[in-house]
Structures are given as C-alpha cells and as structure tokens.
Ligand binder design. Structure first.
Ligand code: SAH
Length: 247
C-alpha cells in the first residue's frame, strides 16, 4: 500500500462537531500530529496512536513548517497511518493545501477531510445566518494577518455587499475598523466578535463598526476569535430580542 497522510479538520472546538470521516481516520491512526487550536478532547477517538503536538501560534513557541513536513514524511515512509489534525477546516487558513502539495511532490498520497470552520461555527452558535435572503447574498472569509503584512482592498470589501468573516483579527482591530470605514462602510454596521466559538468558554461581544475597538477592549477580547461584520449581525440581534419578548 502507498504511504498516505490524512489531512483532517478537527472543527472549531466542540468535539461533537467532528465529522464521521475524521473519527474514522483517528481510529485508524498510528500517529496524530495536532495543532494548538485542536481540542484535545477529540483524541478520545484514537486507539493506540502516538500524539505529537506541532502547534504554532502567532508570537509564541512555534514548530517550523519545514520540520512538520519532514516529520509527516518520515512517519508516512515508515508505513504508519498518519493523521495531521488541524483546527477548523484544513484548507481555510490552515496551510492544508501547502502540506498536501509538499507531500504529493514527495510521492505521498494525501486525503483531505473537511472540518467545520470557526467562522461558520462562530456565527451559527450566536444565531447569525451568514447569508440571508435580501440582506446578504454572499460571505467573504478573510484573514487579517499575512506573512508579508500586505494590505487588503478595504474598499472592495466594504462595498461587496457580503458578510465579512475575519479570522486572526484580534490584534488588527484598529486596522480593520479604519480600513472598512475609509472604504465607505457605515459606522453603524453591526459587528459580532465571537471568542472560543463552540466551546463552553464561548463569549460574544456585539458592537458596530464605529465602536468595535473600544467595545473589544472593554470586553477584553482574546484570541481565538472570529469577527462577523455585516447586516446579518443586526438581524440576529433583532431575532434574539424577539425570542426574549416571546419567551
Ligand atoms: N483552519 C481554521 C482557522 C485557523 S486560523 C478554521 O478553519 O477554523 C486561526 C484563527 O481561526 C484564529 O485566530 C481565530 O480567528 C479562528 N478560530 C479558530 N478556532 C476558533 C474558535 N474556536 N473560536 C473563534 N475563532 C477561532
């Protein structure tokens, strides 16, 4: 049998949001290489797998990507069933495709398994529909953090008419706010900031573009958090008020 690596999404945190395919891969695994944002509770599905932590978080201790590549290759060449477990979905800001390409170039078969991405889970867990008929005809997933610090086309984003879901944005709130405002977005545009989405520690800060930075500071917003910016966030506020008044 050819050497194979499974690149698996572990979802946003809640272990019940794992896919059946991910569970199957974990059951078969000899080695599981996990990132920081993966909830260790999902490892209960492993039988005898060796668990290797290869997390890297902005600014903290980090495992170089080249080392992760070589380690996956070494285990795969030893004939081990390797699962590379990543938070959310492996191909949404997760370097899944980079790892798949590198492994493929070294003759290793790769199977990608989707996970529920944090932006989707974050919005849903606080009642925000990311698309809504007549309100938002699309969703844009964006990272606020880039390796080369290149800037985004804020004007295009502000005027896209889609819901903006921003990953890795906690340290970039000033830039996001200024960029969207300069790009023509109204200061009244609703913003939801969702920390630890889908976990028991989830917290949710509702704000608007004009005050999002102060509100996040008062709330002491911490990473990991997702920002949802768009009219849909207002809609969800109204829906929950309605529910309260009827409840
Ligand atoms: N591949 C992942 C994203 C990795 S980038 C996915 O599909 O979800 C890391 C960023 O994801 C964090 O900075 C944060 O913005 C977001 N994130 C991951 N898990 C999260 C969670 N449980 N709650 C809120 N944001 C989360």
């Amino acid at each position: 049998m050819n050497a194979k690596v499974w690149l698996v999404g572990a979802g946003p945190g809640d272990p019940e949001l794992l896919t059946l395919k991910a569970v199957k891969a974990l059951k078969q695994a000899d080695v599981v290489m996990i990132d920081d944002l993966v909830n260790p509770a999902v490892l209960e599905h492993c039988r005898t797998a060796r668990i290797v932590s290869v997390g890297k978080r902005g600014g903290c201790r980090s495992t170089p990507q080249a080392f992760i590549h070589r380690l996956m290759l070494r285990y795969a060449r030893q004939g081990k069933c390797v699962v590379r477990l990543k938070g959310g979905d492996p191909c949404i800001f997760g370097r899944g495709s980079e790892e798949a390409d590198w492994l493929g170039a070294h003759g290793i078969e790769v199977e990608l398994v989707n996970g529920i991405t944090a932006g989707l889970a974050g919005a849903t867990s606080c009642g925000i529909p990311l698309t809504l008929r007549g309100v938002a005809r699309g969703v844009t997933l964006i990272t606020a953090h880039t390796q080369d610090d290149s800037s985004l086309n804020w004007q295009a984003l502000a005027q896209s008419g889609t819901t903006l879901v921003i990953y890795m944005g906690v340290a970039k709130l000033a830039e996001i706010q200024a960029g969207l405002f300069a790009g023509g977005m109204s200061g009244e545009m609703p913003v939801a900031m969702i920390e630890n989405a889908s976990l028991p520690t989830q917290r949710e800060c509702r704000s608007r573009l004009a005050t999002m930075q102060e509100d996040a500071a008062c709330f002491a917003l911490q990473s990991p958090a997702i920002l949802v910016i768009g009219e849909v966030a207002r809609h969800a506020v109204q829906a929950s008020l309605l529910q309260l008044s009827h409840g």
